[in-house]
Ligand binder design. Structure first.
Ligand SMILES: [Mg+2]
Length: 420
């Protein structure tokens, strides 16, 4: 039988911010979404102050200042890189793992039982902390759903010291009684209401509920959840991430844009970022979508939302091709005298070039795409945007409002942390 462990980083974004800024340790921190709109992460200290998740920043600004909460803009370059380090570290402890989200990873620990699972997981936890600076909690169970629940309890209870093993535990039912049904993986707010109306309040109640009724009401997905709570594994670890279907680069601007040239530079930059991303995955796109939008929160201005999709024949990941196609799209949808607030470029229908059936009318070009490769390696080394096609305006006046962003400590040479 498979031993499932779920590793979850504690308050991930806040923890990332602390790695290179020890002065933040022990202080309440909140991290804001793009354009400093909402609160998307909180440290334990901030949670204790009663600051809700997802709250709009402007509503809490005064309160946060009064409580001397540290306010930070999101720093995705830092979070992405540290996530990568955590995941690489974790993959060295077992041959089979699945990255579930930026801060969560399932491990298959079957065959490690002789090491005593709790001790082994404590060891993993210490290594991750020592090698990356990120604190994690680990829950162990007979199924993915149970490992999620163990993890919740490991985080809640100081006694566990960050690791809880419910794999062969006599305490399993008691543990399930402490978990609200809405906190069970996959149940969510919508289902929990219907369940509560039926008197199913805890995870334990759900485990004991009549399967036929569950099947009728919530289908096979609901039934799987109940089986998983009973310790019968229905959801396997997927160690190969499914191939990406699309890549989207989009942003809201710090202020609105009306100027065609400014918007052109935005779209060109997004196109270059998107094509760089698919080259990294060894994929090519068969279509591109470009969209431009006004702000729906400003009803006084003229609203305009337009998007267009263009086929790419043959499929391509060449940066000039995609750059050119994106600008062609923009020309077709651009309307003057509009105050644009958001734009994006989506590459669609991604495919590995070797999986494409040969086309009589578009024979594959045999010249390798050296120019894209050289640009990627330069941008990789010196930071994205150092080398781009000539039309891109250098000043990024449109860029996101991020008034409180910490440096990209690990991904930009000029922002490396300094030791005094
Ligand atoms: Mg987490």
């Amino acid at each position: 039988m498979t031993v499932f462990a779920l590793v979850d980083c504690n308050n991930f974004y806040a923890s990332c911010e602390r790695v290179f800024q020890p002065r933040l340790i022990g202080r309440p921190i909140v991290v804001l979404s793009n354009n400093d709109g909402c609160i998307i992460a909180r440290s334990d200290e901030a949670k204790a102050l009663g600051i809700p998740m997802g709250a709009p920043y402007f509503k809490f600004k005064n309160y946060l200042e009064k409580q001397e909460v540290i306010i930070l803009s999101s720093n995705y370059a830092l979070y992405g890189d540290l996530s990568n380090r955590v995941m690489t570290t974790l993959s060295s402890f077992t041959p089979k793992s699945e990255i579930y989200s930026i801060d969560e990873c399932f491990l298959d620990l079957s065959g490690f039982e002789h090491l005593k699972l709790t001790e082994y997981c404590q060891h993993i936890r210490q290594c991750v902390f020592q090698w990356t600076g990120i604190p994690v909690s680990i829950g162990i169970g007979k199924t993915k759903t149970l490992s999620k629940i163990s993890n919740l309890l490991a985080k809640k209870s100081q006694k566990t010291n960050g690791v809880l093993d419910l794999y062969n535990s006599p305490w399993l039912d008691i543990a399930l009684q402490r978990i609200a049904v809405g906190d069970v993986w996959g149940i969510g707010r919508r289902w929990s209401k219907a369940l509560q109306e039926r008197g199913i309040i805890t995870a334990y109640d759900l485990k004991e509920s009549p399967e036929r009724w569950i099947r009728q009401k919530f289908g096979i997905v609901g039934l799987k959840t109940v089986k998983e709570l009973q310790g019968i594994s229905c959801i396997e670890i997927e160690d190969e991430s499914p191939q990406k279907q699309t890549v989207c680069i989009s942003r809201s601007f710090g202020s609105t844009l009306t100027d065609y040239l400014a918007l052109k530079s935005v779209i060109a930059t997004f196109a270059d970022m998107a094509s760089c991303k698919i080259r990294k995955h060894g994929l090519a796109a068969r279509a591109i979508n470009v969209f431009i939008q006004t702000s729906p929160f400003n009803p006084e201005i003229e609203q305009y939302n337009k998007s267009i999709t263009l086929g790419l024949h043959p499929q391509t990941n060449n940066f000039q091709d995609i750059h050119g196609a994106a600008l062609k799209c923009l020309d077709k949808i651009f309307k003057p005298n509009i105050r644009y607030k958001k734009a994006g470029v989506i590459l669609i229908d991604l495919i590995k070039p070797e999986d494409v059936p040969p086309n009589l009318f578009h024979p594959p070009s045999h010249t390798s795409d050296e120019l894209s490769k050289v640009c990627d390696s330069i941008n990789q080394r010196f930071g994205f945007g150092l080398i781009q096609l000539g039309q891109v305006k250098k000043s990024r006046t449109w860029y996101m409002k991020q008034n409180y962003k910490t440096p990209s400590f690990t991904t930009r040479w000029d922002e490396l942390p300094r030791a005094r």
